[in-house]
Design a protein around this ligand. Structure first.
Ligand code: BTN
Length: 243
């Protein structure tokens, strides 16, 4: 697939959606700024120019999205690999797919699937990575955020180097996910799991409950140790309980 750079888009993921499921595998879209950057659960993703990275990649999977549980967790590992390639350690993964550092969100991941459950489908994987946040942006974010500058003593990595590492990791990682599935990512995920052994509050369709993070299972479900035994969570909002 080709790499297309834009000055401005509504959203890099929306651009790939418009191209549709027939777009070439590994079509990659980057934008300097997004006017309607999208986060999970209908949230917006602040996307000012000049500071951060906004990239989306389309990958087709012939087996359908039944086989794609774990893709968003694998994408978290893909972001970590790109950071490690530039010598940046210290980022952690918060299930299902936030990349955290110093307790704030360093990167957001949005995986959108279209097509069939057990037939050809396409995943659009979108990543927003904070290199440098201004005080105003931190304020606007409405949640704890972090940037690569604060992880690296005030000097973020060169933005072009970071973009290249991210795209390389994305292409290699999605190819590896297609061949080997989530199994190829699970150890790295577990090694950077921010929630393991941490008191959690889970808000899911089934209601709210508390427990201790106990890792993930082979499909990428969150395991939570509760008073009623181990629960496996496929989809929920998770917050860390403060003592
Ligand atoms: C989240 O944490 O809520 C996910 C945020 C994902 C943001 C990225 S930026 C590139 C791509 N284009 C979008 O509109 N969203 C994703």
């Amino acid at each position: 697939g080709a790499l297309d750079l834009y000055w401005e888009l509504d959203s890099t993921s929306s651009e790939l959606q418009r191209r549709g499921i027939q777009a070439p595998d590994f079509s990659i879209v980057m934008a300097e700024t997004q006017t309607a950057g999208r986060g999970r659960r209908g949230r917006t993703w602040l996307s000012p120019p000049g500071l951060n990275l906004y990239v989306s990649c389309l990958k087709r999977f012939e087996a359908g999205f039944a086989a794609l549980s774990g893709l968003s967790l694998a994408t978290g590992v893909i972001v970590l690999r790109a950071l490690h390639a530039l010598g940046i350690d210290g980022a952690r993964l918060k299930w299902p797919n936030d990349v955290l550092a110093d307790g704030g969100k360093l990167a957001g991941i949005l995986v959108e699937l279209s097509g069939e459950y057990q037939g050809p489908c396409a995943a659009i994987v979108g990543i927003g990575l904070n290199l440098r946040l201004t005080p105003a942006l931190r304020e606007q974010a409405g949640q704890a955020v972090c940037d690569l500058a604060s992880l690296a003593d005030g000097v973020p990595p060169d933005r072009n180097h970071m973009a290249a590492a991210l795209i390389t990791s994305l292409v290699e990682g999605l190819d590896q996910f297609e061949r080997e599935g989530f199994a190829a990512f699970i150890d790295e995920y577990a090694g950077h799991d921010a929630l393991c052994g941490i008191p959690l509050r889970i808000s899911s369709a089934a209601g709210e409950f508390d427990g201790m993070g106990a890792g993930i299972d082979a499909r990428g479900a969150l395991q939570v140790q509760t008073a009623n035994g181990m629960q496996c969570i496929d989809s929920a909002d998770v917050t860390v309980r403060r003592a």
